[in-house]
Design a protein around this ligand. Structure first.
Ligand code: FNR
Length: 363
């Protein structure tokens, strides 16, 4: 096996499928309802072509960049995804070590299957903390305090999940999420009937606050001094509102197509958001990034950085910490090659004219 490592994310996806029970693979791999947006997140990248420039000295490629004042060796980050113990018994601790070994910023999910404290003490790296707002605000506040005291550098507030999207594979499989140890003593998992749906769905319905609104961004600012990024923005209108609300960054995301089906592919929504934000704060994007060329396309369209969700979980499921690390290394390598072949020596050199979108072709 070690002599025969996968050479791309798709091969890791196949290995993950073989390694995991169907229920767990479906949970990681699947999307909402018709999975139209799930397919589009990837297909839309395929419709953007690159415009390479040659006869540029590319003997030194500098992929380093900066986010919220933190230097990063590359613009590829780890998206928050829940329940890593479904992929590997070491869970988020293994992912955090993998991310740290590549100096990639990891966003730890609120639905982490390992404790915040355990993840923080397992490696020394920049980490952000992703937040869901529960009906019981005390629970969210308690977890923010714990993340703050363990050195997490920013809060990523996920705004696209006032209720859980309909993930039909999970409903059919009666998917059971592992117990989130971070909620020990704060919430009980008992008494959730699973007869007509996934336990995940029942759990979300009882905990997530569907009244989540812009007022809660104010609430969050009032209880924490950490910078706040809003994750799940896909329109210029919400992006402008986010800037007005004083957030530190915007993440163009459709939750890996697990929430609203027929939401736009994130790479298609990116430019609208970038234009609306007009440089006031950094814009990140996630969803469907599977290649270094995808990263280059996102950066050319104005993203400061990209986050990857499923690819890291595929690596984790297939080969544990080493697999998650290899996925990040491969993506970084692919980005380096793509930059060289496009004649981009630095991240700043990845300009809008390096890509041609469908919109450009119509104009
Ligand atoms: C997610 N995502 C997610 N987002 C979030 O804000 N909190 C969470 O707990 C989770 N959990 C989660 C679990 C799994 C299994 C997946 C696949 C995704 C969404 C995630 O942060 C990100 O937006 C997408 O995964 C990006 O799309 P790709 O890279 O998976 O295509």
């Amino acid at each position: 096996m070690e002599n025969n490592l996968p050479v791309n994310i798709r091969e890791y996806q196949e290995l993950a499928k073989k390694a995991l029970p169907k229920m767990h693979f479906d949970y990681i791999n699947g999307g909402a309802e018709d999975e139209h947006t799930l397919r589009e997140n990837i297909a839309a990248y395929g419709r953007i072509v690159l415009r390479p420039r040659f006869l540029v000295d590319v003997s030194n490629i500098d992929m380093s960049t900066n986010l919220l004042g933190y230097d990063m060796p590359s613009p590829i980050m780890v998206a928050p995804t829940g329940a890593h113990k479904l992929a590997n018994p070491e869970g988020e601790v293994a992912t955090a070590r993998a991310a740290a070994s590549c100096n990639s910023v990891m966003v730890l999910s609120f639905s982490s299957s390992c404790k915040i404290e355990e993840v923080a003490s397992s490696c020394n790296a920049i980490r952000f903390y992703q937040l869901y707002v529960f009906k019981n605000r005390d629970i969210s506040e308690t977890l923010i305090r714990r993340a703050e005291s363990y050195g997490f550098k920013a809060i990523v507030l996920t705004v696209d999940t006032p209720v859980l999207g309909r993930r039909e594979a999970d409903i059919r499989n009666k998917m059971i999420v592992p117990w989130n140890e971070n909620l020990e003593g704060l919430l009980s998992f008992d008494d959730l009937d699973t007869t007509d749906g996934s336990k995940l769905e029942k759990y979300s319905r009882e905990t997530l606050d569907p009244s989540l609104s812009w007022k809660d961004v104010e609430w969050l600012k009032s209880i924490s001094s950490l910078p706040i990024l809003l994750k799940g923005i896909v329109t210029g209108e919400d992006a402008r509102r986010a800037v007005e609300a004083g957030v530190a960054g915007v993440i163009v995301s459709n939750h890996g197509a697990r929430q609203l089906d027929y939401a736009p592919a994130t790479i298609s929504a990116l430019e609208e958001v970038v234009k609306a934000v007009a440089g006031a704060v950094p814009v990140l994007v996630d969803g469907g990034v599977r290649r270094g060329t995808d990263v280059l396309k996102a950066l050319a369209l104005g993203a400061r950085a990209v986050m990857v969700g499923r690819p890291v979980l595929y690596g984790l499921a297939a080969r544990g910490e080493a697999g998650a690390r290899h996925v990040l290394e491969m993506l970084n390598w692919e980005l380096e090659v793509a930059m060289a072949l496009c004649g981009c020596r630095s991240i700043a050199g990845i300009t809008r004219d390096r890509v041609q979108t469908e919109g450009d072709r119509i104009r």
